[in-house]
Design a protein around this ligand. Structure first.
Ligand SMILES: Nc1nc2c(c(=O)[nH]1)N[C@H]1C(S)=C(S)[C@@H](COP(=O)(O)OP(=O)(O)OC[C@H]3O[C@@H](n4cnc5c(=O)[nH]c(N)nc54)[C@H](O)[C@@H]3O)O[C@H]1N2
Ligand SMILES: Nc1nc2c(c(=O)[nH]1)N[C@H]1C(S)=C(S)[C@@H](COP(=O)(O)OP(=O)(O)OC[C@H]3O[C@@H](n4cnc5c(=O)[nH]c(N)nc54)[C@H](O)[C@@H]3O)O[C@H]1N2
Ligand SMILES: [Mo]
Length: 758
């Protein structure tokens, strides 16, 4: 044992290690959930609130974007969702007195966990230039301040309008409309750091950047491959769907550097049988090296090409383009190189191949393990090649399934939150609202940070999220943010982005999903789109956390009226009063939303059209599904170094830390841990379990990025691959280390060395 964690850490971070678990959910999950919820909400509110999650007359769970099954349980929520709800419906409050007692410098010293634990924001707060503390302001004053700074800009492109993925369709539609009437496409969003690589790869290959399967398809599949995803923690309700798929005969291959408990065994808390024994989910575990997936799928493609009658020739002929070039490239795949890139044994890949060839209906699910690499886009294209080869797109029980994160991140994009909008979308806006939207592409997250850093952007406005903690290269991002003239955050909870501000700053407190939204025409509901393109209503019932909150649509409407004034002929006031009028406009602008108000009134909502899924039509440039050819890539690992992935613990939601445990990985009471394979630890100078190290990232710019004081945990991760939690390790991810094409930060392959602490 060497060293200690750095002194002065305001969180009592003292990790205890018990070793990984081999099953997820079940009784411990329920007990844990209720305890956490009751701490925040009390017993009665806990019962009232949790029973409304994902019910047909209730609110959409803010936990994740996994779809709601047709037959819902009385308790259609999971541990993850319950925690998200408790976090929002908490009875704790952040008041003006709180801000008087805690100068910004003090807030900046606190951990994200501490900030979140303070409770719900209750009043608009303003930090004047040079002031030490936030002070309460009226909403009118707040909008005046934003309008002053926006008016003072040399160009609308000096403003940035960020969105996190919890914003409803209605709010998102208004927000992008406001930004574009103001004159910019600078609409970076959390998607840029998340599934952008999936969007890029899918749009190019199948013509639509969304998944092609519905829940029923999972139930009908013969084979489901879950690559780069940890549903036990991040999409727990997906485990019920996988369980059902298995009961129907599906087999499951898990591709992951970590053995994740949820994929090993699932104890369904909703059946007595499940509670006791549970279902083994994974049939074949491919413990792959970080970034080895493209090589794996490319080799599988070569092997499919070489197997008699394995290729669906009719599908390839009728529906695809680029087959010859792709096939030539795939045939060049090399066993030895693949074994190096993946760290897998040959026999395992052969087993996988046999399962692939035995399957008539295959689904591939993935999340951040595939999207956050330099070569994420070619990796996902290779997955598409893999599915196209055997006709596994646009057929029941088969398809692509990128599993989305934030509960409405997909809907926000559908509503036009995109820095590179399609011309057809802008044309439709122009027709409907009679203004000329800007046509030049705007800035994504990484480019927005550069623009702030270089003084080219001066106002940063965030609709939700925690930009400084979620973004890469924390020191660079924070310094960039501090250069802004004004930073504004529409938020429910306190977070670090409120403490690392521009010269002036505003916190605008807003309603959460769980809360009643009363406007001029009566009680309102909003709508969201889940990971599978289903749109449905969400209606909160709780009394708002404070009488001073405004809803997100109200904030945008009022801001737009104040900033745009006479220049805008859009009926912002009417939108605020009655959200049905927003939906009428969405119906006329966004394809698939025709007759929106009537269709969303039906219980369960409706499915958006998806041409490849519904009619095997591929709206790409070639009019066909595109095979693509690419050379194999995988991260290089210099001697004496490890590849670090930055991932989520069980007790966090992105930058919101619920608690200090990661139950399934057997880690308690601390987050500053780095999981290292014991054999690697031995080779790296005999790093003992329990030793403390600094993580030092090495990148081609020569800058040394350091995250101090991590406890080494010997863990059965793939060789050469380490893991540590985000956002503590974002400081290690270089701003310029991004995925080709999608520009998503490569948060899952950071080259690090471990320096023992004295
Ligand atoms: N409780 C909870 N739920 C959440 C969230 C949360 O923070 N907490 N966040 C939400 C959001 S926004 C998102 S995007 C999703 C994220 O959901 P996930 O993508 O499941 O989240 P991560 O924790 O980033 O986990 C990545 C998984 O991929 C594996 N992996 C990493 N690199 C590779 C690789 O190169 N190849 C392969 N095959 N596997 C790899 C990791 O070992 C890990 O199991 O979850 C959503 N739901
Ligand atoms: N190193 C590393 N970095 C990553 C990732 C990673 O895996 N590794 N993952 C990336 C991914 S996938 C994502 S999606 C991003 C997440 O990036 P963000 O979406 O920006 O971050 P969150 O932590 O989800 O935002 C939490 C805050 O949102 C606010 N909030 C919550 N609910 C609401 C609401 O209903 N309305 C409003 N207005 N505000 C609300 C609260 O104030 C809360 O503090 O992080 C990315 N960053
Ligand atoms: Mo995400």
């Amino acid at each position: 044992m060497a060293g200690k964690p750095p002194a002065g850490d305001p969180v009592q971070d003292a990790p205890q290690v018990e070793g990984p678990k081999h099953a997820a959910a079940g009784l411990p999950a329920i007990g844990h959930t209720l305890r956490m919820a009751q701490e925040q909400m009390g017993v009665r509110r806990t019962a009232l609130t949790l029973l409304r999650v994902n019910q047909k007359d209730g609110f959409d769970c803010p936990g994740c974007a996994w779809p709601e099954p047709e037959h819902r349980h009385k308790a259609e929520f999971c541990e993850n969702g319950a925690k998200a709800v408790a976090e929002e419906a908490t009875l704790r409050r952040v008041t003006p007195e709180f801000f008087a007692a805690h100068p910004v410098a003090d807030l900046a010293r606190r951990s994200g966990y501490w900030l979140g634990q303070q409770g719900r924001l209750t009043r608009p707060m303003y930090l004047a230039e040079g002031a030490e503390r936030y002070e309460p302001v009226t909403w009118e004053q707040a909008f005046d301040i934003v309008a002053d700074e926006l008016d003072a800009l040399g160009s609308p492109d000096e403003a940035l309008f960020y969105t996190s993925g919890r914003t409803s369709n209605e709010a998102a539609f208004l927000y992008q409309l406001f930004a574009r009437e103001f004159g910019t496409n600078n609409l970076p969003d959390c998607s840029n750091m998340c599934h952008e690589s999936s969007g890029s790869a899918l749009t190019e290959t199948i013509g639509i950047g969304k998944g092609s399967v519905l829940l029923e398809d999972l139930y009908k599949a013969d084979l489901i491959i879950v690559a780069g995803q940890n549903p036990g923690t991040n999409h727990p309700r997906m485990l019920s769907a996988l369980e059902k798929a298995k009961a129907n005969g599906a087999r499951i291959i898990t591709v992951n550097p970590l053995p994740e408990a949820g994929m090993e065994r699932f104890k369904n808390p909703q059946t007595p049988q499940g509670m006791l024994k549970g279902t083994a989910l994974t049939d074949l575990f491919l413990q792959i090296r970080l970034g080895g997936d493209q090589a794996l799928f490319r080799l599988l493609n070569k092997l499919i090409l070489e197997s008699d009658t394995a290729v669906d020739e009719e599908f390839v002929r009728e529906h695809t383009h680029g087959y010859e070039e792709f096939a030539a490239s795939a045939r060049a795949a090399d066993w030895d190189e693949t074994l190096t890139a993946t760290g897998l044994e040959r026999s395992r890949i052969e087993e996988a191949l046999a399962m692939v060839l035995a399957s008539k209906r295959t689904v591939v699910c993935w999340a951040m393990g595939l999207t956050q690499h330099k070569h994420a886009v070619p990796t996902i294209r290779e997955v598409v090649n893999f599915l196209l080869l055997r006709g596994n797109i646009g057929r029941p029980g088969a398809g692509v399934c990128p599993v989305r994160g934030h509960s409405n991140v997909q809907g926000d994009r559908t509503m036009g939150i995109f820095e590179r909008p399609a011309p057809a979308f802008l044309d439709a806006l122009e027709r409907e609202f009679g203004f000329a939207p800007p046509r030049e592409h705007g800035l994504d997250v990484v480019r927005a940070i550069r623009a702030l850093r270089d003084g080219e952007a001066k106002v940063f406005f965030a609709m939700g999220g925690n930009f400084v903690s979620a973004s890469p290269d924390t020191e660079v991002t924070e310094a960039a943010m501090r250069r802004a003239r004004l930073t504004v955050h529409v938020s429910t909870k306190l977070n670090r982005s409120h403490a690392v501000t521009g010269a002036r700053a505003l916190i605008l407190p807003t309603l959460g999903r769980t809360e009643r939204d009363l406007q001029g025409s009566g009680e309102q509901f909003v709508t969201v789109e889940d990971s599978m393109g289903m749109v449905h209503a969400s209606r909160g019932r709780l009394e708002p956390a404070s009488p001073h909150l405004l809803s997100e649509p109200a904030i945008v409407s009022r801001l737009a009226r104040r900033v745009l004034g006479e220049k805008s002929t859009t009926p912002w006031e009417e939108f605020e009063k009655d959200y049905a009028t927003i939906r009428d406009r969405i119906a006329r602008v966004v394809p698939g939303f025709e007759d929106f108000n009537a269709r969303v009134a039906r219980p369960g909502g409706f499915a958006l059209p998806h041409a490849p899924r519904d009619e095997r039509r591929f709206p790409t440039a070639t009019g066909k599904a595109n095979f693509t050819a690419a050379p194999v890539e995988y991260p290089e690992l210099p001697e004496g170094r490890l590849l670090l992935q930055t991932l989520r613990s069980h007790d966090q939601y992105n930058t919101t830390i619920y608690g200090l445990d990661d139950r399934y990985r057997g880690i308690k009471n601390g987050r500053r841990v780095v999981l290292v394979n014991p054999a690697d630890a031995r080779e790296l100078g005999g790093l003992a379990d329990g030793a403390y190290v600094d993580l030092v990232s090495e990148w081609q710019d020569g800058v040394e990025r350091r995250a101090p004081g991590f406890r080494v945990v010997h863990y059965p991760t793939a060789r050469g691959c380490a893991a540590a939690y985000y956002p503590e390790t974002n400081v290690l991810v270089p701003l310029d280390a991004t995925a080709d094409t999608s520009n998503t930060p490569a948060s899952k392959s950071v080259v690090v060395r471990l320096e023992a602490r004295p």
